[in-house]
Design a protein around this ligand. Structure first.
Ligand SMILES: C[S@@+](CC[C@H](N)C(=O)[O-])C[C@H]1O[C@@H](n2cnc3c(N)ncnc32)[C@H](O)[C@@H]1O
Length: 322
């Protein structure tokens, strides 16, 4: 399992960039960027080097944690997966590329694309001294055009990206990303009802084109959740001093809510049930909400079933369980 916290090389590169920047200015910029995201806006307000750094300080640890949690779930289901090439769509500061490099020592070729020049410049700066990532290829351009030109990659990732485009564009991008996927496509979105809805739309559209779900769903059928319920997960991450300052926060950690889907070209042999919320553990039983190959299940594992109860006590939200 890869740690959800930023790798030391990336932390050092970010700290290096911070030297010479005012932390209060970074906090003000981060607050304004977050305000735009909360209002449904995108990354268009990130225009300068200082904006890009503020985004990276405030959001990169959380999106990195969400991508890492999704990749950990994928690796658990596909332990054989050893991609050599990565395509990071809407790569921003390179978050998903760093996460994938940590999760897959097999990766050798890294291709990133994004329309935002300030984020692209920051990504290249952060990767410059990295042993794995100093040679990344990063194309600046609109995803649709850049994807059309891109080579196929074993692993294609779009992290916190598709929500910045309209519904019709999401459909086109999902088809283009799938066309460029040699093995697995991972799409990660905020863990909101809207983020989940985008994941489900993309999931359904690509299953109809022959994709199979590797995670989180243990089936390729219709999602059994009914609104207002939605499938999402949470990942805790530690906040560094710079991260706390950028967010004006006191707590040394935060919990990032995310939704994701990993789609593969070949059907996965074993798809265990997925824990959809933190189980309730009492002295009498463990009560857990599970998505199973047969649909939604509210499992109760009584204490008298000693071995099963002992193992269910260790279940965590997001786990794949038998
Ligand atoms: C919220 S940021 C996420 C960045 C990074 N993937 C991460 O997880 O931290 C969304 C990124 O998608 C890029 N983006 C959005 N729409 C795009 C498009 N149509 N073409 C290229 N890039 C796009 C933005 O420029 C921005 O860098």
């Amino acid at each position: 399992m890869t740690s959800p916290d930023l790798p030391a090389e990336l932390k050092a590169a970010l700290d290096g960039k911070l030297r010479g920047f005012s932390r209060s200015d970074a906090a003000a910029r981060a607050a304004s960027i977050s305000e735009t995201y909360r209002g449904g806006g995108g990354s268009g307000t990130i225009r300068s080097e200082a904006d890009a750094l503020a985004y990276a300080l405030a959001r990169m640890p959380a999106t990195y944690a969400a991508v890492t949690a999704s990749l950990n779930a994928l690796v658990e289901i596909r332990p054989d997966l050893a991609p050599k090439s990565l395509l990071d769509v809407g790569a921003g500061p390179g978050t998903a590329t760093w996460a994938a490099a940590e999760a897959f020592p097999s990766l050798q070729h890294f291709k990133l694309l994004d329309a935002n020049d300030a984020l692209r410049t920051l990504a290249l700066d952060l990767a410059r001294d990295s042993t794995r990532l100093h040679g990344i290829g990063y194309e600046r351009g609109e995803a649709r055009a850049a994807l059309t030109r891109a080579d196929t990659a074993d692993l294609v990732v779009a992290s916190y990206m598709i929500g910045e485009t309209g519904d019709a564009e999401q459909r086109t991008l999902s088809e283009l990303m799938w066309a460029k996927t040699g093995d697995t496509l991972l799409v990660v979105e905020p863990g909101t009802p809207a983020g989940y809805a985008r994941i489900i739309a993309l999931r359904d559209h690509l299953i109809a084109q022959g994709a199979h779900v590797a995670a989180p769903c243990p089936h390729d059928g219709k999602c059994p959740l009914e609104p207002p319920d939605w499938c999402h997960f949470t990942q805790r991450l530690q906040r560094s001093r710079a991260h706390k300052q950028a967010k004006g926060a006191e707590l040394p950690f935060e919990d990032e809510k995310f939704a994701y889907v990993a789609l593969t070209r070949t059907a996965v042999a074993r798809r265990p049930a997925r824990v959809l919320a933190q189980p309730a553990v009492s002295k009498v039983e463990v009560a857990a909400k599970l998505c199973t190959p047969g649909g939604l299940s509210f499992a109760k594992i009584p204490r008298r079933a000693k071995a099963d109860y002992a193992s269910a006590r260790r279940w965590r939200w997001g786990d794949a369980v038998n």
